[in-house]
Design a protein around this ligand. Structure first.
Ligand code: NAD
Length: 365
């Protein structure tokens, strides 16, 4: 199979969907790999490394789309790429169709096969291709929070871990899923005083057994959140109700109960955010202040740490790409139920009901 990997052209997207290591494995199994010139540069991979692994370097994006049977990417195609996608071509990438009608219509019209990372399922209905990015964002949330708590960055001027004789900062994490747990581990490791809240008691029980003693598990409700706000330095929003908008656990009025210079990192911004005053920002201009509270609401946090994110992502996606390359997408999805769940659009027909419902479009039976 001919597999093509274009350079990401979305703003500030530095990841690449295929590493030289993955390229080597594909080439050894008899596949042809086309890499767009410079595709791996921002993740630390040179064209020479891909060539050594057996790839062909293609000078432009048009050349990759024109020849590849399968395109492997990180983010959804942007408008410039719509016309490059060919009928019958397989695209394996994050799409998040429900958030964009133009993208959905363009992919329907292209008659390509769209296999979306975000809907591939694993055991117990897990989403194995979303988990690694949640891990990155959760860990990064504490790093970013620590930075913006510093005075020159506008924060209160407090060190997360304190020092001997000086108490540490207080961190409140809303949601104890993948993002929340990774954030709790990092904040606890830096010796902050951490409170993590969730409505899932089993999850809280599990974390009570596994997280260190400087993390307190608390049931999430308005009363308990309000009690924490006046004494919290850093808040991390990590709530998810699958398929729904995130609930606003902190309203605008509640900001008044927080101290000036408190930092909020709302990782759940891609689902609308769990703080009412959250709106998406970019890595170029990540923060804004409302009522004295610093808001960091970057919707693609992992894009800032591409060396880590590319490996975390490709470790998870590559086994699926191998199946697609070795068997062809039709057999691979027929034999692997979890991979089949990734099919969103097939040759002009929407096959995932959630995508069709989002735009009142028909779903293929
Ligand atoms: N901004 C970014 O770059 C970025 C990157 C990765 C993930 N995310 C987003 O972060 C969010 C969390 O992702 P995840 O993988 O941790 O999800 P997850 O499903 O693993 O965890 C979500 C948790 O929220 C809990 N929850 C639901 N309602 C709650 C409530 N009222 N109070 C407290 N907890 C509640 C759930 O019980 C669950 O444990 C998602 O919106 C995800 O898309 C953003």
């Amino acid at each position: 199979m001919i597999i093509g990997c274009p350079k990401e052209i979305k703003n500030n997207e530095n990841r690449v969907a295929l590493t030289p290591g993955g390229t080597l494995d594909l080439v050894r199994r008899g596949h042809e790999v086309l890499i767009q010139q410079g595709a791996g540069a921002n993740s630390g991979y040179t064209d020479e490394e891909y060539i050594e692994s057996g790839a062909t370097i293609v000078p432009d994006i048009e050349g990759v789309y024109a020849r590849a049977e399968t395109i492997v990417k990180v983010k959804e195609p942007i408008e410039y790429e719509y016309k490059l996608v060919r009928e019958g071509q397989l695209l394996f990438t994050y799409f998040h169709f429900a958030s964009s009608r133009p993208l959905t219509e363009a992919m329907v019209n292209s008659k390509a096969i769209c296999l979306a990372y975000e809907t591939v399922t694993g055991p117990k209905n897990s989403l194995p291709l979303l988990v690694p990015m949640s891990e990155v964002a959760g860990r990064m949330a504490v790093q970013e929070g620590a930075k913006y708590l510093e005075k020159p960055a506008g924060g209160r001027g407090i060190l997360l871990g304190g020092v001997a004789g000086v108490p540490p900062a207080r961190v409140l994490i809303l949601g104890a899923g993948i993002v929340g747990t990774e954030a709790a581990k990092m904040a606890a490791g830096l010796r902050a005083n951490v409170t993590i809240m969730d409505i899932n008691l089993d999850r809280l029980r599990h974390l009570a057994d596994t997280l260190p003693a400087n993390v307190t598990m608390v049931f999430s409700n308005e009363y308990n959140i309000r009690r924490e706000l006046p004494r919290t330095d850093l808040i991390i929003g990590a709530v998810l109700i699958p398929g729904a908008k995130a609930p606003h656990l902190i309203t605008r009025q509640m900001l008044g109960e927080m101290r000036d210079g408190t930092v909020v990192i709302d990782v759940a911004v891609d689902q609308g955010g769990c703080i009412e005053t959250c709106h998406p920002t970019t890595h170029e201009d990540p923060t804004y202040v409302v009522d004295g509270v610093i808001h960091y609401c970057v919707a693609n946090m992992p894009g800032a740490v591409p060396f880590t994110s590319t490996l975390a992502l490709t470790n998870a996606t590559f086994p699926y790409l191998l199946q697609i390359a070795d068997k062809g997408w039709e057999r691979a999805t027929a034999e692997n139920e979890g991979l089949r769940a990734g099919l969103n659009i097939v040759r002009g027909e929407i096959v995932l009901p959630e995508v069709a419902e989002a735009f009142g479009m028909p779903v293929a039976s």
